[in-house]
Design a protein around this ligand. Sequence first.
Ligand code: GLC
Length: 648
Amino acid sequence: MYQYHLHQRLNQYLKQHQLDLAGADNAVYTRFLANAEAIHTLYQEAYGSHPKGEQFFEELVHVLIRAHRERRPQLKKRDEGKMQQGHWYASNQICGMSLYVDRFAGKLEAMAGKLPYLEELGVNFLHLMPLFESPAGESDGGYAVSDFRKVDARFGTLDDLQKLQETMHQRGFYLMLDIVLNHTSHRHLWAERAKAGDKRYQDFFYTFPDRTLPDEYDRTMPDIFPESAPGSFTWSPEMKQWVMTVFHNYQWDLNYRNPEVLVAMVDTILFYANLGVDLLRIDAPAFIWKELGTTCQNLPGAHRLLQLIRHCVQVAAPGMALLGEAIVAPNDILKYFGEGREAGQECDVAYNATQMALGWDALATGDTRVMLQAQPVLLRKPKGCTWINYTRCHDDIGLGYDDEMIAAAGFNPYLHRRFLMEYFTGSNGSPARGALFSVNPKTGDARISGSLAALCGLEAAQEQGDAVAIAQSINRILLLQAHAILIGGIPMLYYGDELGYANDFTYLDDAGKSYDNRWMHRPLMNWQRNELRKKEGTVEARVFAGTRRLLQLRKALPAISDEGNLRWLSPHNIHVAGYVRSHATQPVVCLFNFGAADAWLTWYAFREQGIAPGTKLLDRWQQKEYIVGSDDAHLVVPGYGLMVLEVC
Ligand code: GLC
């Protein structure tokens, strides 16, 4: 039935704010009405029976209206442009990089001076790692936030951030920032008030007088950092209560069963939107809803809140897209795009962590069969949503894809994972120089730390001064990068990788970092060294030029935009993975040989895709031409090589 009372209520609130509904504010009014029912229904499902549910619903509406009123005209204009463009984040023109401002440039005010470097590489989208206040020594790289609105003095001020955002937008860059939605630092004002005994703020967190419930939760909640932060609860001596801390003991989980928490965080999200964020990275969304007797991850309640957030953002800041940082199993990740009635209505973008890990799997084994097993699931992504594709980021590499996928490829899942751990730590004689992260003795699980160059063998090859091994490692780096850059979605480079930075062990001297070996792949940029990219023949020049060429290729080929236009080649040679990026006038076939030796691929693989013998193919990577041959002839893909074949 038509929601007469809801709309009357909304009209009343909108009038209180004196919006010009028929004039200047007509667009937001339309968006309000379009999203009102979903916002109301989702909110009611979560908070309908909460004693303060009604009160905070009204507050939520006021938050949206205030955010709209405070949105700068330039941002509203940018919203218009993006809405007209449609799924702007799926474009082949976007190339991203993730970086720590302090480790990359020093301060925020120095970042503008680094934009020419990024432009030289072809990057026009920046993920600035957490910038908001976070206590030194207990910061989890900025993911333990003590003030969501104050830029940490280490980086500068909010004003510096605002200036950088304006410069970035003027120069055609997009901005991505984080909202750390699941928890705050124990030094956040809310936590401080809770510690001081304020019941209102104690209800912002999950607090317990004794171990009864924590013990029950612990029975089903997996450890996230089993080595450095086992268990999911911490005793607060000030409060004399246990508090839920799923990540580190200084990160207190927010209690989203309390509507006041949701409204406060939507307000924060819209504050970031109004700073000019184009893509908001929602940190750890899998964890925001807890239920006893479950893993407290990926629960329907978490999806409900994400959908609610997304509808709120559509009203007040429609140009800001949402990225769900859910690093979860292949079947679970798809749910972050929304399902059923909400398909395509949750997160616009998600990390393709499965594909990232499968790239590493294929590199270590030289075999692409596990990667191919995952594709039927990953291709179920709804239209209009896209991936962040990457080879590594500031976090560890988890091997979280399904055992069934490994088994279907013909391997024993346990032994296969063991092999990968040995391979990436170099303990089975491989050239990789990584380390295990978060080893869980109970399950035998572990994740992997190490820079891209170190994991690809470049660090070891350089130490040995072995020119052949260096060349091979560079090919491995470019192979992995190419596979992520051309697959469709936003390619997200990780700073330092464009120059082949090795592991950095200086973190071991810092007590606030030494317990977390993810810092080994969070380097300090050395700008003197970076000049070597201009000196022909250096490793820096070779890696930088190769990466730049891949980004140029991506931008030159419209088929690389993510239009749901990807088909995998059927497996004719286990070492070679390939996909067709279809396009009305300029289709492209991308091939990646994950094996060390030349691989022979039957031309039948092309005929199967409707590319007839006699068709001309132009390899845009090597600038070589081929003619599709008969079924009994082969195309030879060099070891660790790639081809980007334009179908002419
Ligand atoms: C995300 C971040 C990671 C952090 C965690 C807790 O996974 O990427 O670095 O440790 O959230 O906030």
